[in-house]
Design a protein around this ligand. Structure first.
Ligand SMILES: Nc1ncnc2c1ncn2[C@@H]1O[C@H](COP(=O)(O)OP(=O)(O)OP(=O)(O)O)[C@@H](O)[C@H]1O
Ligand SMILES: [Mg+2]
Length: 239
């Protein structure tokens, strides 16, 4: 379980983004987080993934406080909690081939032979519905939907337990959104991943998640229930 209590965040320029935010993500569940632009969703996502610090409050992962982690334990949390970023174009290094991007997180945490790496990368590409030949491509040689699939594959590389998805489909057209969601949600369920699904689209949150938190001005303002199964991933069930 991931639990955030009274989180506050102020940027060095004085912007107070989070103001006593509380949130609990249960194991194996998909929780939607919606809120208008600028309310602090991405900041919150980066804090959960340890890409940014916070001032007040605490985050506990299965009862262990972020504030008490030693260096090795921080590494382990980073491995267990991964992020799918908002903007596929901006989040992929234009000078790196897909193979390089996917093998990097693997090499950070495991010592694998070249052939084992190759196999794992191919497995990741297949898991997100990409041809293994795409490993040789640079980001600009991929479509928007394919880039988003690479981002998902990269987040899955370390075999995380928690996935923080920050607007994972908002840069895509409707058709590609549907395709990526039809891939992502069953994948989350099959792997029993816990997911915070961030979006500004409340109807989308209702389709994918079991519950929805509404964020406003750096706080959770409201909690709404959604269809527990969601309309993705379980054929025939629709909210
Ligand atoms: N590095 C930074 N330094 C200073 N202020 C920042 C920084 N990053 C974000 N902010 C500010 O923090 C606030 C929240 O930004 P954030 O990106 O978390 O919002 P968001 O809810 O994800 O918005 P969107 O829906 O547009 O993605 C904004 O006012 C933004 O300008
Ligand atoms: Mg954002």
């Amino acid at each position: 379980m991931l639990s955030l209590r009274d989180i506050t965040k102020r940027y060095p320029n004085g912007t107070q983004v989070l103001q006593g935010l509380n949130l609990t993500l249960e194991k194996g569940s998909i929780l939607g987080l919606v809120g208008e632009s600028g309310c602090g969703k991405s900041t919150l996502a980066r804090i959960i993934c340890m890409l940014e610090d916070f001032q007040g409050g605490d985050i506990c992962l299965d009862g262990v406080s972020y504030r008490k982690l030693k260096v090795q334990e921080r590494r382990l949390v980073r491995r267990r909690v991964q992020m799918v970023f908002q903007d596929a174009s901006g989040s992929l290094d234009p000078r790196q081939r897909v193979f390089h991007m996917l093998q990097e997180p693997l090499r950070n945490y495991e010592s694998l032979s070249r052939s084992a790496l190759q196999k794992r990368v191919e497995g990741l590409l297949k898991a997100v519905g990409l041809d293994t030949a795409k490993a040789e491509n640079y980001p600009h040689e991929l479509s928007g939907g394919q880039r988003q699939r690479v981002l998902i594959a990269r987040a899955l590389a370390t075999e995380p337990e928690y996935l923080i998805c920050d607007e994972p489909v908002s840069s895509l057209d409707q058709e590609n959104q549907e395709r990526i969601l039809a891939l992502l949600v069953p994948l989350l369920k099959a792997k029993r991943l816990s997911c915070l699904f961030i979006t500004h689209d409340i109807s989308l949150a209702a389709r994918v998640s079991g519950g929805i938190l509404v964020m406003r001005a750096g706080k959770i303002e409201e909690e709404r229930s959604a269809c527990a199964a969601g309309s993705y991933g379980e054929a025939g069930i629709s909210c």
